[in-house]
Design a protein around this ligand. Structure first.
Ligand code: SF4
Length: 291
């Protein structure tokens, strides 16, 4: 009987009202030093028949025109002909479906040809979510992201050439004290080159048992204070130009909520950061931060 999910299920904040169907289980990479999302799962691609059965089972209560989010961490990695079969079934079963989205890894995007990505878009895939995390290759190596910024930029171009929208997240504080300037400047630069429709800025959380938390506790990684996170965000925005992108830093992990359309709202966002640094705006306290 649906809903039945395997383990914890994660989705972007903007998919809060979406029907979530597990297309894959876990994350195909699963090695980033700060992340616990899918640590308890061994990555696998579910049989197509199981995904179609979930789509059928959810139909009676899904509402007339749902949005669909294909979980878990990397639904795009499935072979294209199988994905087309799933998207075709969504069209048949949910004819008024507004949009279909999923998380995608750089590997899953870069192994698809332009024709395959275009076929997926024509079959109904409207947007993919991609975790950039940092525009600094040094930071990406340190957190074992397993990908370079040049590959991230190529991903963005491939997705856009196929007509698929892109939502990209980065993580404040990921460079720590040692690399905060490089992290801010390079993340602004790489996001500008990717020019996604949506940019989400989260703030680093320390989960028990992760290599990142062990590094912090041993003094190898020195985290930023809330005020230093604001300084880093200011520097990132000063290095960012992505006209038309919706910028959001209003996640439960963030100290300060920011939202605007680039580039026109950058001065207003910088003004809010100045007010927060002057103590005129409330910052989310550590105990209320969450993923
Ligand atoms: S951050 Fe993303 S790619 Fe890295 S382990 Fe977590 S889910 Fe996988």
């Amino acid at each position: 009987m649906f809903p039945f999910y395997e383990g914890d299920v994660y989705r972007p904040p903007s998919e809060a009202n979406s029907l979530i169907i597990q297309d894959t289980i876990g994350c195909s990479h699963n090695r980033c030093t700060f992340c616990t999302m899918y640590r308890d799962k061994r990555f696998r691609i579910r049989p197509v028949a199981d995904v179609l059965a979930d789509l059928d089972a959810a139909r009676p209560w899904a509402g007339p025109a749902p949005r669909l989010f294909l979980a878990d961490g990397d639904a795009l990695i499935r072979r294209t002909e199988q994905q087309l079969e799933i998207l075709s079934h969504i069209r048949k079963t949910y004819p008024d479906c507004q949009r279909v989205t999923c998380y995608a890894s750089p590997e899953s995007i870069l192994t698809k040809t332009p024709d395959e990505l275009t076929a997926l878009r024509k079959a109904g895939l409207t947007m993919v979510y991609l975790g950039l995390e940092s525009g600094s290759d040094t930071v990406l190596r340190q957190v074992e992201k397993g990908v370079t910024t040049e590959e991230m930029i190529r991903c963005a171009h491939a997705v856009h050439e196929a007509g698929i929208e892109l939502s990209v997240t980065a993580i404040s504080g990921l460079g720590g004290q040692a690399l905060w300037r490089e992290h801010a400047e390079q993340t602004g630069r790489v996001l500008s080159a990717m020019h996604p429709e949506y940019i989400g800025l989260l703030t680093l959380m320390f989960h028990p048992g992760t290599p990142m938390t062990v590094a912090r506790d041993s003094g190898m990684f020195q985290p930023l204070s809330p005020m230093e996170v604001l300084d880093e965000t200011r520097l990132l925005l000063q290095n960012l130009s992505s006209p038309g992108s919706v910028f959001r830093s209003n996640h439960a992990s963030n100290y300060l909520n920011l939202r605007g359309t680039l580039d026109e709202d950058i001065p207003a966002l910088l003004d809010l950061l100045e007010k927060a640094r002057a103590g005129l705006l409330h910052l989310r306290s550590e105990q209320y931060r969450a993923l």
